[in-house]
Design a binder for this molecule. Structure first.
Ligand code: ATP
Ligand code: MG
Length: 391
């Protein structure tokens, strides 16, 4: 029944002169999402609105599912497009439309007509009244409610006539690529994939880095991170994933530093390396899945100690979230099932029984000097052996 979708966008409508950049990016992202679907589509901008038109047969559910991954879309409205063949025909077509879309007629409705083409013989008010009347006559169970109708029936008179009433919520946010690029520290856990999703929702393109510690962490653990990146890329678009071999650095820290400070010092090295990669690839910030107080390494003191080595801004979109709230998002975006697969993580292998929860920055800095002899070379090697996976 539908061959077209009207794409509604909220926030990007208010960007003034830059509006066209946002709209063009949105069109690009829509095309990217639809490239995963069966069928061919035309995506175009006309009169400040975006339409998706199917050029071939397509799978409705699959198309909607993919459109729902495009940030910047506030709603997807399946539209019926009609030639203007007179008002009589329009009434008949509207009746047929309602009959098909709403099998249960015990509903309230309101007609909302817009006459964009001014030479149409009836004005909006007349269309509202006359179509309303025709519907009441055709379906006596239906009632008008102008304040809070179950069905808001939109009729737009343009070159063609558009009818729509179904409004499917989109993911909101801003189109990817409208807000620069960030480097996501992506582990196999629940939090960092959600952090990546949330930052890309604000229009930020992401690259990612995973710290791998073979043989302490397996290939399966690495594959899990690749799988998570794949799921996020449905929303964020293409991700360049750096896999950094972190084993020698971890072993060296283990050998030289107090064990209760291992996690903090290790995290400082992750941030340093992530920052180097970020700077090399034009990323404007780092992104982590940290949330205050979740674990010892995420107390305010620990976060300060980790942050200390960064000159780029560190974005922590989950900072005020409870675990349950994070889990809810991960279920919604489909990363949860993958995140909970029980493969070892490089952090858990080297954790002390009693990690410091209130690290003193000066003490941490002093203990880090124990690494002076060898750490630069190890960091250099880690960066040189960076494995890049295009996701
Ligand atoms: P997550 O669920 O994202 O793994 P977590 O609750 O396990 O988080 P930590 O292990 O303290 O928390 O890690 C905090 C953040 O540091 C993660 O959210 C992630 O951004 C980053 N991080 C941790 N381990 C790695 C890793 N092996 N590779 C890349 N980033 C990591
Ligand atoms: Mg983790």
């Amino acid at each position: 029944m539908y061959k077209s979708f009207l794409i509604k966008y909220a926030e990007i409508g208010i960007k003034g002169k830059n509006r066209y950049i946002f709209e063009d990016r949105l069109c690009e992202q829509i095309r990217y999402a639809l490239s995963r679907c069966d069928g061919e589509f035309d995506v175009n901008k006309t009169q400040g609105r975006i339409f998706v038109n199917a050029l071939t047969d397509f799978d409705y559910d699959e198309t909607i599912d993919n459109l729902k991954t495009v940030f910047g879309i506030s709603a997807i409205c399946p539209v019926v497009k009609l030639e203007d063949e007179g008002f009589e025909k329009l009434s008949e077509d509207v009746i047929e439309y309602i009959d098909k879309v709403y099998p249960d007629k015990n509903i309230t409705f309101k007609v909302d007509a817009r006459r964009a083409r001014k030479n149409y013989p009836k004005c909006s008010m007349e269309i509202n009244c006359d179509i309303g009347e025709a519907l009441l006559k055709a379906f006596p169970l239906m009632r008008v409610d102008v304040h809070d109708p179950d069905v808001m029936l939109h009729i737009e008179i343009r070159e063609m006539i558009y009818i729509y009433s179904v409004v499917i919520p989109g993911p909101g946010g801003l189109p990817i690529g409208t807000n620069g690029k960030g480097m996501l520290l992506l582990s196999g856990g629940i939090d960092s994939p959600v952090a990546g999703y949330m930052i890309s929702k604000r229009g930020v393109k992401i690259d990612a880095v995973y710290f791998h510690a073979p043989p302490y962490t397996s290939d399966r653990a690495k594959q899990k991170v690749v799988d998570l990146a794949k799921i996020i890329s449905r929303y964020s678009g293409h991700i360049k994933l750096h896999v950094i071999n972190f084993t020698d650095i971890q072993l060296y820290i283990y050998e030289k530093c107090p064990h209760d400070e291992l996690t903090i010092i290790m995290r400082r090295y992750m941030m340093r390396i992530a920052q180097t990669l970020a700077e090399q690839s034009g990323c404007l910030g780092l992104i982590t899945g940290e949330s205050i107080g979740q674990v010892a390494s995420q107390t305010m003191q620990s976060l300060a100690a980790t942050n200390d080595v960064c000159t780029l801004p560190v974005y922590r979109p989950l900072i005020g979230f409870d675990k349950q709230e994070i889990v809810e998002v991960s279920e919604k975006i489909n990363t949860y099932e993958t995140s909970i697969l029980p493969y070892e993580d490089c952090c858990t292998i080297f954790v002390a029984k009693h990690p410091v929860t209130k690290p003193n920055l000066n003490v941490i800095r002093r203990h880090e000097t124990n690494l002076d002899d060898g750490i630069d070379a190890l960091v250099k090697t880690a960066l040189e052996t960076d494995e890049i996976i295009e996701v």
